[in-house]
Design a protein around this ligand. Sequence first.
Ligand code: GLU
Length: 431
Amino acid sequence: MNTSDNNSSSLPSWIDPHNPGPWGIFVQQIDRVTPYLGSLSRLVDTLKRPKRTLIVDVPVELDNGTIAHFEGYRVQHSLALGPGKGGVRFHPDVCLSEVMALSGWMSIKSAAVNLPFGGAKGGVKIDVRQHSLKEIERVTRRYTSEIGLIIGPDKDIPAPDVNTNPQIMAWMMDTYSMNIGSTATGVVTGKPIALGGSLGRAEATGRGVFVTATEAAKDCNINIAGAKVAVQGFGNVGGTAARLFHEAGAQVVAVYDHTGVIYREQGLDIPALTQHVKTTGGVAGFSAADSMNPDEFWALPVEFLIPAALEGQITERNAGTVRAKIVIEGANGPTTPQADDIMRDNGVFIVPDVIANAGGVTVSYFEWVQDFSSFFWSEEEINQRLEVIMRQAYRATSEVARQHDISLRTAAFVVACTRMLQAHELRGLYP
Ligand code: GLU
């Protein structure tokens, strides 16, 4: 057989094998689960390349009359279990490898908590701090028009991610709706409540982090009340998780964001810190705390360490210094596979991103269902349903981890890949 046009290597040809970036990490994670997939491993290569990758130019007129071009992406990793689902990130470091990895993690996450979605992700390479709100609106609308070819309520449903929010989702929904000629609220989730958004969505990811932490605490014989917590990131995810820990009687002793690290041994006053961050834009300068350097932050002897910012934060460099009992991954991909091994060898219990931060996409699912029926649930009902799904997913994953004596991350990948590949096998290759 002539294999020269048969790209069977594990990386798509447009990814540099010497510098694969976050996508390389995703592929390593898939390789780790392959031995546990039985006969389905025949299909595993489909997970090592995204189903569909769209790169778009986003030309926009700036407020000063000049025209700027931004690079936009939408990647659909797998659509075997349903429409694509996943956020849109606005960040200067957005690149194809990152969006591909994030789309893969969305596939795993949705399948691990058993939602009827595939995985997708989008991004625009832009530094939002350099642009006015009007410019951000124009970028959002043009980007949405460009990816309009492949998104839709039953095709692929974007949502907020780093630096995107309900207002940006409102513009995406409006742009898509204007282009098709009718209002389609179900095309994005994370919308403002007035436009078919769901109660509880804004804090769902942070709430899911907290719920999985309470399950992990049971497994590790730790009491949440009185436990010490360190959080990286004080945005939607880290800020909400910190508040819920604080309300449950834990001491949030350190918070690390883009402005610095703050520390207080007796626990920070989280409501006061939230107010400070609202007015100043970051944790730096909070009066009732000391500052600390990032290396000290990672090495804090706490019960819970919660990376809830960007990927690649716990690496070979700092993993050996981690003294936390439990790491709960609020961010996507905060731990490299090497760091995973180092921490596991040191007895650190890790709740992986694909379970820990699945609360956001779970309430996105509730939002999508509510939009279809135009019948909206109470916040109490949403939080209750979220808790049930998160606890079930955690328990099912931990059972698989116990059976095979593998980490929770590998177990979550086993559960998710099995569901995805079973669907793929049943559907078959067509045409
Ligand atoms: N961006 C969030 C995540 O990474 C939410 C995605 C969604 O709701 O579709 O899980």
